[in-house]
Design a protein around this ligand. Structure first.
Ligand code: HEM
Ligand SMILES: *[C@@H]1O[C@H](CO)[C@@H](O)[C@H](O)[C@H]1NC(C)=O
Ligand SMILES: *[C@@H]1O[C@H](CO)[C@@H](O)[C@H](O)[C@H]1NC(C)=O
Ligand SMILES: *[C@@H]1O[C@H](CO)[C@@H](O)[C@H](O)[C@H]1NC(C)=O
Ligand SMILES: *[C@@H]1O[C@H](CO)[C@@H](O)[C@H](O)[C@H]1NC(C)=O
Length: 557
């Protein structure tokens, strides 16, 4: 009963209740169907009335002492009957809410909650995170219905760990993400960047301010298209018309992102699907899939034809499609698997890179001293004719990228959760039951004052380890869980090296060619919105003052 709720649980209520009450989450699912809303409202009030009496630690998915299987029970804030903590996590900044809950509840190591009928554990502790991510018993992923419908179940990210997944990872590692391949695509990457710099310059001249997101997305999409399909589009040409195919692809990627990022109530409340499809997602998925299949199939057929005509010489500039087509015997992929894998790469490689660069630029605008220090470092390197690969490794540039990954991890909950495949005992005495969705709250770790000094401050110097500064030299690629924005263990992001090189090289170009300053009427807002990734709520627009003769030479206005 309310009067007897211990303090820590009141704290939890304090953080979650306002969000439950606003109903913003329900509205934001584009509700078109009244019965659904009515059902929810009735159930919600029913839930609220019975909360004090019937709520159980952890919520409905943790009944029968499932959180007590080890010597140490997994702490679990009380969850509403039926819904558990669904309202808390279905919208908004789940990573922040979870971080406050874990802190208020004293359950940073592990916290058990229910998303409807789905049991979930979350950790905000680097040690436990390392144990989970590197454990072979957490090597599967829970798969959402929309992912299944969008054909992702056979792609790398959602395939259960097994022979098929290992094969795909191996192929991708050696033909798409190996250092040799990354280097081979450098000219394409720099070409994309040059086009972007020119387009930004043009927009600045025309409008006096630049909305950067569309430029970044176009460049990132084209860059991935180049390395995966061996195909580039003139996305942002001056006349403003893309090729039909490029436009279609662009729209498909956006729609796919929305669908996969959309919260599907029925993923967690299985009975709901008998009533309605609240977001109309099923229908949108089923109309998206044939489009994707046709488009990707077209490109595969083009490659196949070319191989037939010219013979299949595995030349250096063969792209990922050529590689998939050249597989023989055991390794040969079915047509549908191939479509899924190719589609996944485009899908993942585009948005993450664009939104990370957007965060970096926003921080650089807000911190002009850091920006000019970075510009000096790059100018010095350019003067001594450093190669692009050398520039990507410049220490201050690296520190800026790392610090942005720390303050704004694109996947704050390491978006792609893991699934326990057996009852797993952790070193702290807790046991995670089989079939539990397991998340690492990377945002919580990277904002924890016990882990980072002054965590809210943007301070790249903290990563500089030299005679002048005693920063920590940390590898962000998964070996140190204090900052592991790409995950860790055998399911770590395979695109991490490609992502880091691309982001570093493009940021170097963007700050070398422009001085980025705040626009008076569009001040920068660092608010976040959590979709499939965590992006800036208000897309960045800033003034880009050309500061290098390189650009101005090409345009005569
Ligand atoms: C800033 C950029 C990126 C970030 C922050 C990021 C982050 C992540 C994270 C956190 C995971 C889950 C790791 C885990 O469970 O331990 C992941 C998985 C994955 N990422 Fe990335 N990623 C980025 C860029 C890319 C790029 C450019 C590609 C490909 C072109 C890519 C492809 C994948 C794939 C295929 C997986 C699934 C791996 C598996 O399940 O075996 N990522 N990424
Ligand atoms: C949402 O989940 C339900 C039940 O799991 C499923 O039938 C439906 O297809 C899903 N919708 C989407 C778009 O994923
Ligand atoms: C772009 O659009 C203009 C006018 O709308 C047209 O004249 C031109 O041919 C188009 N270019 C391409 C490549 O389609
Ligand atoms: C294949 O042959 C055609 C026609 O001779 C040529 O245009 C094309 O560039 C060739 N492709 C490759 C990959 O060599
Ligand atoms: C997990 O533990 C539960 C309860 O102790 C037990 O009933 C179940 O058989 C175990 N499952 C596995 C796969 O070990």
């Amino acid at each position: 009963m309310a009067a007897t709720i211990p303090n820590d649980e009141k704290l939890w209520l304090f953080f979650t209740l306002p969000q439950i009450i606003t109903f913003e989450n329900i509205i934001s699912t584009n509700l078109t169907s009244f019965p659904f809303l009515a059902t929810l409202i009735v159930l919600y009030f029913l839930g609220l009335f019975t909360w004090a009496i019937f709520s159980s630690p952890g919520g409905p998915a943790w009944k029968k002492g499932r959180n007590h299987m080890g010597q140490v029970p997994i702490p679990s804030p009380k969850g509403l009957p039926v819904f558990g903590s669904l309202f808390t996590l279905s919208h908004g900044l789940a990573h922040q809410t979870l971080a406050y809950m874990a802190q208020g509840f004293g359950s940073k190591q592990l916290m058990a909650l229910s998303l409807g009928s789905t049991p979930v554990v979350v950790t905000s502790d680097p040690e436990i995170a390392r144990e989970i991510l590197t454990s072979p018993y957490f090597a599967d992923r829970p798969i959402k219905q929309s992912a299944k419908q969008l054909m992702f179940s056979r792609a790398i990210g959602f395939a259960p760990s097994g022979a098929h997944w290992r094969l795909l990872r191996r192929i991708a590692a050696s033909h798409l993400f190996s250092p040799r391949r990354i280097l081979a695509h450098e000219s394409g990457r720099m070409l994309e960047c040059t086009n972007m710099v020119n387009a930004i310059f043009k927009e600045q001249v025309l409008h006096g301010v630049v909305s950067i997101r569309k430029h970044l997305q176009a460049a990132a999409l084209n860059n991935i298209m180049g390395s995966v399909f061996g195909k580039r589009y003139d996305l942002m040409n001056g006349e403003g018309n893309m090729s039909h195919e490029a436009k279609e692809l662009d729209e498909l990627v956006k729609e796919g992102f929305e669908l996969l990022g959309a919260f599907n109530w029925s993923d967690h409340l299985p009975w709901l699907k008998h009533f309605c499809d609240p977001s109309g997602i099923v229908q949108r998925c089923s109309s998206l899939v044939p489009h994707v299949r046709r488009l990707v199939q077209l490109i595969i057929d083009e490659h196949r034809e070319r191989r037939m005509n010219n013979g299949s010489d595995a030349s250096e500039n063969s792209d990922f499609v050529d590689v998939l087509l050249s597989l023989e015997g055991e390794e040969k992929l079915q047509e549908d698997d191939m479509v899924a894998v190719l589609w996944e790469m485009i899908f993942r490689g585009t948005d993450t890179i664009a939104l990370l660069i957007e965060w970096i630029l926003a921080e650089l605008v807000l911190n002009p001293t850091i920006q000019s220090k970075l510009q000096n470092e790059i100018a010095n390197a350019m003067e001594s004719a450093a190669t692009n690969s050398a520039i990507a490794k410049l220490p201050y540039l690296q520190a800026v990228v790392k610090e942005t990954l720390r303050l704004h991890p694109p996947g704050p909950l390491l978006s792609w959760a893991r699934l326990s495949t057996t009852n797993v005992s952790l070193s702290n005495g807790m046991v995670v039951p089989k079939g539990t969705t397991t998340m690492v709250n990377m945002w919580s770790i990277t904002h924890d004052p016990n882990v980072w000094d002054n965590p809210a401050m943007f301070n790249p110097e903290r990563f500089l380890h030299n005679s002048a500064t005693a920063g920590i030299d940390i590898d962000v690629r998964g070996s140190d869980l204090r900052l592991a924005p790409f995950g860790a263990g055998r399911r770590v992001c395979p695109g991490k090296d490609l992502a880091l090189v691309t982001v570093s090289q493009w940021v170097a170009m963007l700050v070398h060619n422009f001085k980025w300053i705040q626009h008076e009427t569009n001040p920068i807002d660092l608010g976040e919105v959590l979709k499939l990734s965590c992006e800036m709520k208000c897309p960045l627009s800033a003034v880009a003052i050309p500061r290098n003769c390189f650009v101005t030479k090409q345009y005569k206005y």
